[in-house]
Write a protein that binds this ligand. Structure first.
Ligand SMILES: NC(=O)C1=CN([C@@H]2O[C@H](COP(=O)(O)OP(=O)(O)OC[C@H]3O[C@@H](n4cnc5c(N)ncnc54)[C@H](O)[C@@H]3O)[C@@H](O)[C@H]2O)C=CC1
Ligand SMILES: O=C(O)C(=O)COP(=O)(O)O
Length: 527
């Protein structure tokens, strides 16, 4: 039975979804805040569902000895060491849309609160003061909003801001002119935005490129009286420089939902009249929390139970509809990769995948990943799997390519794996027979072989006496043959035999086989 740990405060809808799918759930919402307890709880769990409190560091990932998937019920994954997860073969998923509207609404609410000092006025009024003249605000109609980051959330903010009759300018290196026109925003460079914006709102992930994007120098270029809203990530704004800008009066106010260090219980900016703070509440609405909890639970369950992959940051997507169709082909590609990898004449420098017929109509990425995993396995053992195979191949300078042909001349569909090595090439082809994987070609030799845990591979000369001699030797060693498959390039030419045997042959038996007159090579393969 699969087990999933929920270590942050997720809606209980997630528990419901997982249990309905037959998954055992450990629901410990406070665990993410206690790394030692979390580390101890991880083993035995195949999935973990988190928000931002749980930090899936490399150390935590190593502790998750049974982990297959990390599911982030939300957007930002800066609390997950994706490289470490990938290297360990763990899929990392998020829910890129579930809380986007809610977070955009929070940014708009923060902007209006900032413009009209609503939190401060609320507090004063509750205290029985009637400070009508203290809270003079600013109108936002006609003002310029500068968006740094115009993805899912930024574009919703742009839409809402235009509804409030603001002019929106956006800086986002990945925003195309066509998309900007579609959104009704003006695409600008960062310096231009800094110069023109009355309000600046941040909506980028925290990366090496975006860290301190509002640095001391950037803040110095802003318009006097600018107001800054950060509902994305602490670390995007230099907090010291922001403090200085507020102190000098150059910056009129800031609304912060996120902080460089969270939870932020003490801060230089706290207690200031010109700063509004919320404790990372961007995604905190009932609607968004239900969305992200249900979505991540379904994604985790799909992945663990069917192999379907949705919204993964480190592996290709496979839809739930496609997963059952792909599964036998992934298996076939893996077997062929294993066959090719074990027969490779030298160090692999290239892997060419060819899909024909039905296989060509499917998503090739998971099949290629399965083949690569098997090709690399003899060298890397369990360190390689379909999550990290592509990355490991790249690191080793192995060129990977895919070709697709709609029709398959001899079978309904075939998958081929061709290896280029420093000592020559080798290609193997396979097909599904009644849903079962079969090798149908090794090099230019046609055969029809199943795959079994212990397979004897023999390269021989197509001469009479070979089968008799082979059978005699194996029976003398009490080795039972389960299946026997033969193929040859031409009468009298090179031939291959693939035999499923009930136990592996020892080195002496393999040597005795290799010494038989018709046999060029004999070795064990495993699948
Ligand atoms: N406060 C909260 O509770 C929440 C915060 N967030 C944060 O909001 C961020 C944005 O979320 P989405 O809009 O959904 O992500 P997204 O990926 O749809 O959009 C991010 C945008 O930033 C742009 N970008 C990347 N590097 C940039 C750079 N150097 N300069 C300018 N733009 C750059 C990208 O091109 C992209 O369009 C998340 O990464 C997360 O950190 C998300 C949800 C809730
Ligand atoms: O989705 C995101 O990126 C968020 O920042 C939301 O964080 P949270 O789930 O509220 O801890």
């Amino acid at each position: 039975m699969k087990r999933v740990l929920i270590s942050d405060k997720l809606s209980e809808d997630a528990v419901e979804v997982l249990k309905t799918r037959g998954i055992e759930v450990t629901f410990e919402p406070g665990l993410g805040k206690d790394p030692e307890k979390l580390k101890a709880a991880l083993p035995g769990h195949h999935g973990i569902a988190i928000r931002s409190a749980t930090k899936m560091t490399a150390e935590m990932i190593e502790a998750g000895t049974d982990l297959k998937v990390i599911g982030r019920a939300g957007i930002g994954v800066d609390n997950v060491d994706i490289d470490a997860a990938t290297a360990t073969g763990i899929a990392v998923m998020n829910t890129p849309f579930g809380n986007a509207t809610t977070t955009a609404e929070h940014a708009i609410a923060m902007m209006l609160s900032l413009a009209r000092q609503i939190p401060q006025a609320n507090e004063s009024t509750h205290q029985g003061k009637w400070e009508k003249s203290r809270f003079m605000g600013r109108e936002i109609t006609g003002k310029t909003l500068g968006l740094i980051g115009c993805g899912n959330i930024g574009s919703i903010v742009a839409d809402r801001a235009q509804g409030l009759h603001m002019k929106v300018v956006a800086f986002d290196p990945f925003l195309t002119e066509a998309r900007a026109i579609d959104l009704g925003v003006e695409r600008v460079e960062l310096d231009d935005l800094l110069k023109r914006a009355d309000f600046i709102t941040l909506h980028t992930p925290l990366t090496d490129q975006t860290r301190n994007i509002l640095s001391k120098q950037a803040l110095a270029k802003t318009k006097k009286g600018v107001r800054i809203i950060n509902c994305a990530r602490g670390g995007l704004v230099d907090e010291e420089a922001l403090y200085d800008g507020l102190e000098s009066g150059h910056i009129a106010g800031a609304a912060l939902d996120v902080f460089e260090k969270e939870p932020a219980t003490e801060h230089k900016l706290f207690g200031r009249d010109d700063v509004i703070c919320t404790p990372h509440l961007g995604a905190a609405t009932t609607e968004a929390q239900e969305n992200v909890a249900i979505q991540i639970a379904e994604q985790i369950a799909d992945y663990l139970l069917t192999g379907a992959v949705t919204n993964a940051l480190n592996m290709p997507s496979v839809s739930a509809e496609e997963a059952p169709k792909l599964r036998p082909y992934i298996d076939l590609a893996g077997r062929l990769g294993g066959l090719a990898g074990q027969l490779a004449p030298g160090a692999v420098t290239g892997v060419e995948m060819a899909f024909a017929g039905t296989a060509a109509s499917l998503n090739p990425a998971p099949m290629t990943a399965a083949a690569l995993t098997a090709v690399l396995r003899p060298a890397m053992r369990e360190a390689v799997n379909s999550v990290n195979a592509g990355q490991l191949a790249k690191q080793r300078g192995i060129q990977v390519s895919e070709t697709r042909t709609e029709t398959s001349p001899n079978f309904g569909s075939t998958v081929s794996v061709k290896l280029t090595t420093d000592k020559g090439e080798l290609s193997v082809t396979g097909a599904l027979f009644g849903g079962e994987p079969r090798a149908v070609r090794i090099g230019n030799v046609r055969l029809e072989s199943n795959f079994a845990p212990h397979m004897l591979y023999v390269q021989n000369k197509d001469k009479p006496g070979f089968i008799g001699n082979l059978g005699k030797l194996l029976s003398s060693k009490d080795i039972n043959i389960a299946t026997f498959n033969l193929g040859r390039a031409a009468p009298g030419g090179t031939a291959y035999a693939l035999l499923a045997v009930d136990q592996p042959l020892d080195d002496d038996t393999l040597k005795a086989l290799s010494d038989l007159p018709q046999i060029d090579e004999a070795r064990m393969l495993s699948f």
